[in-house]
Design a binder for this molecule. Structure first.
Ligand code: PLP
Length: 481
């Protein structure tokens, strides 16, 4: 309900200008709609409580150093949306729009919550057809008990064929089908690392990787991946020598969150270093199919250089659908037996239905994957354009693959921004989530997995949230005088 009368105190023009702090200086041609957005974000963040009486237009214009017309036009917009109410003689005040809630609120209380926290696209369009296609095969499976710790032979054969096509001869016996890549990694950890063991891990990295290492009572040891320079192979070589890790884990293709790809020369050097140090490495290829260049540039898998020392982990989650909950492990055969033994106490196999569907998808994956890459490339470009428009001070490199932009923020504010973003109906994972021990407050991962119109809207809201976080020196509160 619209407030009929201003019950609250008055905020001075000077204080409101301070609250709006960075607004004026964060763009060269800022207009009435930008000022309206900035004021709106102060209201949504609760810094301008409902009922607060606003300064006169002339006073605010002077304090902001803009024309009175611009302030008037901004207030008109807010009146239209119901965030400001005015009455002759009583001035203007912050108002609650009809039916809406403003101020600090539950995430998504009155906005559709837009998810920029998960880097996972919806299912490929061919998935339903694959479910239909496997229906006739189900009859035979239903006559069996449905448990298979290794995974269905037909699926392992198709996975083996796809490794062979990449130049890595593989037998179905080297493969175990798992319930996703995360499950696969947990199985490897359980088999190869114990309490107190060190496990080398990239930083930044997929947050559930160090989580899994800690859950195995092992210690994650970070090695930096620079957003521009990429992997520092000399530092990894030194860490392999000095930290004597029991295991290492790398995402060389379209690393999450940076989107970087390890170059061919570095793969060779890294492979040689692993073999020399006799350190097994998990190579997580969850994102490896998501090469977004017009013509994909596949590089030799790390296993081509480190043979027995590399355990490869794959996933159907990003290429086809996360809801299939399927991944796999490619390991030397002697290790497969140990992995299977470790599995028995965890779970007894993966869904037969999902496996049949994945085998069906792999029978002719080319067109589906091309479509996936085209869609993601378009979404990546929409996200980049929206950021240039709404968050012009943020920096990023357009990734050649993967699912996200790894943005640089103008100040260490990622956690604060994620809180403000939730109040604007956008869910994001702040930079520290991707650090092994936190940090990374100047970074934000933004996936491009939403439909394009939602991506644009999410970034528009993020721009508002960022302005609300940045506006005014820290410590200025909204005390109404
Ligand atoms: C690098 C990496 N590994 C593993 C996973 C988890 O994959 P899954 O859904 O197959 O368990 C993800 C998901 O985002 C990921 O980015």
């Amino acid at each position: 309900m619209t407030s009929q009368f201003p019950p609250g105190g008055r905020i001075s023009g000077a204080r409101l200008a301070r609250l709006l702090g960075g607004w004026r200086h964060s763009g060269s041609r800022r207009g009435a709609s930008d000022l309206a957005d900035a004021l709106e974000s102060q209201v949504l963040d609760g810094r301008l409580p409902v009922g607060t009486r606003l300064p006169a237009e002339r006073e605010l214009a002077t304090a902001l150093g803009v024309s009175r017309t611009l302030v008037g036009a901004a207030l008109d917009r807010l009146r239209e949306s119901g965030l400001v109410a005015s009455r002759q003689g009583a001035g203007s005040w912050v108002s609650a729009p009809a039916g809406g809630r403003v101020g600090r609120r539950d995430p998504g209380a009155d906005l559709e919550l837009l998810d920029l926290a998960h880097a996972s696209p919806p299912a490929v369009p061919g998935l339903l057809a694959a479910f239909d296609a496997v229906r006739p095969q189900l009859g035979a499976e239903l006559c069996d008990h449905g448990y298979s710790a290794r995974g269905l032979p037909v699926l392992r054969e198709r996975l083996a064929a796809s490794y062979a096509a990449r130049g890595l001869p593989t037998t179905p016996d080297q493969l175990i089908v798992t319930n996703g890549a995360q499950h696969a990694f947990a199985l490897v950890l359980r088999t190869l690392a114990g309490p107190g063991d060190r496990v080398l891990v990239e930083q930044p990295c997929y947050p559930n990787t160090p989580e899994a290492i800690r859950a195995a009572h092992a210690l994650p040891v970070p090695v930096a991946v620079d957003p521009v320079e990429g992997w520092d192979i000399a530092a990894i070589e030194a860490a392999l020598r000095q930290a004597s890790p029991r295991l290492a884990v790398f995402v060389p293709d379209f690393q999450n969150p940076t989107g970087l790809q390890l170059d061919a020369e570095s793969r060779q050097r890294l492979g040689a270093a692993l073999a020399r140090a006799r350190t097994p490495a998990v190579v997580d290829e969850t994102l490896a199919e998501l090469d977004l260049r017009a013509t994909p540039v596949p590089l030799p898998p790390l296993a081509a250089y480190a043979g027995e020392w590399v355990i490869m982990v794959g996933s159907a989650a990003k290429t086809f659908w996360g809801g299939l909950r399927l991944g796999w492990i490619r390991a030397p055969e002697h290790l497969v037996e140990q992995l299977l033994a470790a599995r028995h106490s965890l779970d007894l196999g993966s869904s037969v239905l999902s496996q049949l569907v994945l085998a069906e998808l792999l029978a002719d994956a080319g067109p589906l994957l091309r479509q996936r890459r085209d869609d993601l490339r378009a979404a990546r470009d929409v996200l980049a354009d929206a950021l240039r428009e709404h968050c012009p001070e943020w920096t990023f490199r357009l990734p050649v693959g993967g699912l996200s932009l790894w943005c640089g923020l103008p100040e260490p504010m990622s956690t604060r921004l994620s809180v403000a973003a939730a109040n604007h109906g956008v869910q994001v994972a702040p930079g520290p989530r991707f650090g092994v021990h936190g940090g990374l407050e100047r970074r934000l991962r933004l996936p491009f997995c939403l439909p394009e119109d939602r991506l644009r809207e999410a970034v528009r809201r993020l721009g508002l949230a960022a302005a609300s976080v940045r506006s005014g020196p820290r410590g200025v509160d909204a005390t109404v005088v």
